[in-house]
Write a protein that binds this ligand. Sequence first.
Ligand code: AMP
Ligand code: FE
Ligand code: FE
Ligand code: ZN
Length: 288
Amino acid sequence: MSSPLPAGSIDLHAHSSVSDGTETPAELVRAASVAGLGTIALTDHDSTAGWAEAALEARAQGLALIPGMELSTRVERASVHLLGYLMDPEHPGLVAETARIRAGRRDRAESIVRRLAVDYDLSWDDVLEQTVPGGTVGRPHIADALVARGFVATRSIAFETILHWRGGYFQPHYAPDPLTGVRLVRAAGGVPVLAHPGTGGRGRVIGEAHLAELVDAGLFGLEIDHRENTRDGKERLHELARRFGLAVTGSSDYHGAGKPNRLGENTTSAEVTERILDLATGSAPILP
Ligand code: AMP
Ligand code: FE
Ligand code: FE
Ligand code: ZN
């Protein structure tokens, strides 16, 4: 059977201004087209609010769009990101859990800003100015507010200093555990892939017993080709993917001007992408 996907590379992880990307969903799709991609997945943190706008623009550009999400989960103080593709965006469990995470993120951001305000002239309104209404709030928006106020030069420098988890102001936000996340994505008809699981440091490669549990719950793949996975991490992840029969994906994790990651810098094969389309039952991709 011929592929339903257009020619061009496939990037399965990108953010818009609905979360912490700097471009609107339509601008992101246009940027993907300019970058020569054939297929892009929109994966905002804990939100599907950008799907409709991205779909309209994908149709206009003749690009394939895979609507997705990067769901926040957490193991103790370490955040574990779970990509989900083609879920039913109206699945009640998913809607309730993502609303809870977004509210928790907002409370946590307000609390970080209260603590920052002791030492820096920074208000919650400064942070809100960096977000879109109803968007998912995170440290990137606090970073952008610190840049706007002139305390740091770039968002990345803010992450390396003031907002670093050892920077003195960090605190985690509410998020379910990864097993709950995998079950939720599957219950909503989506296809779950662990995002950048080998970044080293605090987010060390997931333990085997834990991974086995996620696989039993329906985990589909590991995002191995990602700039933040270390060389050792990638090796270990390939070994785990073989052992557990998991698919391997690659993607940019593009955030517009908010991060150095460029669209298409890592890509996923058409074969793996078609398996995602075949497995998903929650919603349909936009195909040209
Ligand atoms: P949070 O989830 O609020 O703790 O913030 C972490 C998020 O910030 C991750 O999803 C990163 O991808 C994102 N992020 C966006 N821009 C940057 C940047 N320039 N440096 C580091 N992390 C960033
Ligand atoms: Fe992000
Ligand atoms: Fe992530
Ligand atoms: Zn991401």
